[in-house]
Design a protein around this ligand. Sequence first.
Ligand code: HEM
Length: 502
Amino acid sequence: MYRRQKLRPRAFKNLPLPPGPKGLPLIGNLGDIPSSFEWLTYHRWCKEFDTDILHLSVAGTSFIILDTSEVTMDLFDKRSAIYSGKPRMPMVNELMGFDWNFSLMDYGMPTHHRRLMHQSFNNVAARQFRPYSLRSVRRLLRKILDAPDSDIMTALRRMAGETIMEITYGINSPSASEKYIDAAEEALGEMLQAGVPGAYMVDSWPFLKFIPEWVPGAAFQRKARECRKLTKKVLEAPFAEVMKQMAKGITSPCFTTMSLEKINQDLVADNICTEINIKSVAGTMYSAGTDTVICLSLISNCVLGLLSNPAALKEAQDQLDSVVKPGHLPDFEDEDSLPFITAIIKEGLRWNSIIPSVIHMLKSDDEYRGLYIPGGSIVIANTWAMLHNEEYYPDPFSFNPGRFIKDGKLDKAVRDPGHAIWGFGRRICPGRHMAFDQAWVAVASLIAVFDINKPVDASGNTIEPRYEYTAGLISKPKPFKASLTPRSKNTENLIRASNSHE
Ligand code: HEM
């Protein structure tokens, strides 16, 4: 993945590297890094070495682990000019064919793409897409009402996927979006596994990418070839569909059509809004937004958390009942009056950190607190550790939205999980406003109309959910069951009425 590091320059000659476990000759700590839940091991090592900045050597490349918000802010935010790169990742980018995805590009390259996305998704512009989130949430409520025994995670996955397809490509038929979401999930599932630092030798020794597929030990080439087909489909197929619809004059407003129309109407004053950039940004958004449906991870975290804390559910329902007008479902206008719902989303972002570690690459040699940080290092911010730091979040493993509330309002003194969960500096998540909106309205609506309980088996025994999560670059709850029942006949009628135009 990784740029081979040069000898230590004279200016840094006498500075020590950050502390860390000793590795073996040549491969260094390659064999020490576990293939899953590596953030737990990073945190343990930091405790053992009594440091919040740790050094590992992986086949000649330095890995720097940042274990607290303080050190991460100092480097990723204050020194973002040199800490905003992304590792080369030959397996994912060059062999699997994700090189159009700007979330994986080294810094510099993606500035055009980021600006293009920012135009439509900054905190004000993102509001234009709120009706799409509302519509898909209302469809979700109806689905749960009609099939109470169906799998909640499947229903949430559909809802989150449909929203991103409509926002990105204007594709608003659930069956049409389903096939694209399936393709993206398959490709991204491979990418998320392959993107874990140390997952493939070719990342450490890029010359291996020239080894033919038939050579023993080159199974990664076959995997890459299969994935390349999928990756191409993810980029091309939905975009081609939009172009076809535009030619017929039957498109809905969405990121792709709005951006393409700017070109058609000659409204483009820079070289940012080009067809190729629009296609790549749309592909990145659709895959980042789908990302084995990242908003699903957040919403299902909240549902799972509420199962563990029924008092929080009751408090949220009481607040909803006192704020939302009778005969209505919660809407974005209610957000300021519903701090407890906002607190649930914050806790869902914190409790099981969906993205437990954020990976950047350091461009040039640096010195920090008298330590030498080699240019070309893979720098990994351990967001999981930051969001479970007892100093800021007492009893960090409990799902407790109340920690964000004081005197009935959001407590500004409590550190917002947003300081870590959306990433850092110049690479901070450009989809965060849209993602927060979608999760907020989904959770508010689910809680307003359903009681959420642990299910019971045929003998009447409560089935305890498994509080277990997937590993990889994204960590989401493993499938669990929850019983969602309408709170009253009125809420049932409300759900039906809100879908009556469909
Ligand atoms: C709960 C939901 C989400 C979370 C927790 C999340 C978190 C993150 C994180 C941690 C990063 C890496 C930032 C860094 O490297 O410092 C990121 C990047 C990114 N996210 Fe999100 N994200 C979410 C939803 C979305 C959605 C819905 C979209 C698309 C509409 C999106 C688009 C992107 C893109 C394009 C990047 C790459 C930015 C770059 O590399 O410059 N994200 N996100």
